[in-house]
Design a protein around this ligand. Structure first.
Ligand code: GFB
Length: 312
């Protein structure tokens, strides 16, 4: 069965930053038969509820974007919740996708699955060749398990389950809570609030030396739909921009975009996490897909969205 405009498509996690971007992308392409359930309507950690959902709805295609996510502080503060919730969510969806004959499933992982001291840029085959970064090990182990589960369901049952490993993401509908969010939305909010309140200093975690790669979530959504339509192989595929930036230079870029004129204060009591995790994106480039949104443009788009939707 081909992936067409009236295919029944379940986007698990459609209210999150990634899931909502995938829904926007699908709707812009004229897909009208989307199956969407909030976590209040369907708790994917509850096996019985997920079985009944798949039995009743029988989706044909599944984007598995539902997950418990967070930044470096959240991941290192709630390790049991991060590993348990993510294992339960993905296991229930993958198992029932097989059980109820889903045509194709795309599982979203994360660049944190790769060893902390990987050679850069990180190739897909570096998976499981070294120790993980401690600050997000629970999430990474869960995502590695999801990647492998898709691989083994393909091997044993012939399921067309594909996986993709995105780099750090940002964009509209991100989490801007200063304790649980990732760095880019946190700095956007901190600089914006400092400018609005005439505060002359912004506290930034760590040394500022680590480097991160940032992919706008609309580019990721475009890649996910592209892969759902055209990629049917077992090996996972990295998705990123192929460029990274130090946290210090990211802060200076966000300072410029928000128009904040005060000082940056580096809080060395907070962890740096992995020093670098630039993805090798040659595989997806060879499939003729490339990210389109520059970091500066993406930050401006996200800041505009933040002001319209969050500024109180
Ligand atoms: O984005 P982030 O929280 O997660 O932190 P990771 C990235 C870097 O930004 C770290 C620094 O070096 C932080 O110390 N940073 C500076 C800040 N100021 C802030 C701030 O105000 N808030 C935050 N959050 N960071 C994530 C994983 O790791 O990578 C996720 O936690 C996921 O699970 C994601 O895997 C891809 O990039 O270190």
């Amino acid at each position: 069965m081909e992936f067409s405009k009236n295919s029944k498509i379940y986007v698990a996690g459609h209210n999150g930053m990634v899931g909502s971007a995938i829904v926007r992308k699908l709707q812009s392409l004229g897909h009208t038969n989307l199956l969407l359930k909030s976590s209040k309507e369907l708790d994917l950690r509850k096996s019985e509820d997920v079985i009944n959902f798949f039995k009743m709805e029988s989706p044909e295609f599944v984007f598995l974007a539902a997950a418990k996510v967070g930044g470096i502080l959240a991941n290192s503060s709630y390790k049991a919740d991060f590993i348990y919730d993510n294992l339960m969510i993905q296991t229930n969806v993958i198992k029932n996708a097989h059980q109820f004959g889903v045509e194709k499933l795309l599982f979203l992982g994360s660049s944190c699955i790769y060893p902390k001291n990987s050679a850069q840029p990180i190739k897909e085959e570096y998976l499981l060749t070294g120790l993980l970064e401690a600050t997000n090990e629970p999430y990474a182990i869960a995502k590695i398990a999801g990647l492998k589960m898709c691989e083994y369901f393909r091997e044993q049952y012939g399921c067309n389950f594909i996986t993709t490993m995105p780099t750090n993401l940002y964009g509209e509908n991100d989490n801007f809570d200063l304790k649980s969010s990732h760095v880019l939305p946190a700095l956007l909010r901190k600089f914006h609030e400092a400018k609005t309140n005439n505060t002359n200093k912004v506290s930034i975690w760590g040394s500022g030396n680590p480097k991160r790669e940032f992919l706008h979530v609309d580019d990721l959504a475009d890649a996910c739909v592209f892969l759902m339509k055209s990629y049917n192989e077992s090996p996972t595929i990295n998705v990123g921009t192929g460029e990274d930036i130090s946290i210090k230079n990211l802060a200076l870029l966000i300072k410029e975009v928000t128009g904040f004129n005060g000082e940056l204060d580096w809080d060395s009591s907070m962890p740096d996490g992995t020093y670098r995790k630039l993805l090798d994106v040659s595989k997806i480039h060879n499939l003729e897909w490339k990210a389109k949104t520059s970091l500066k443009d993406g930050i401006k788009l996200t800041y505009d969205w933040y002001i319209k939707n969050h500024d109180v």
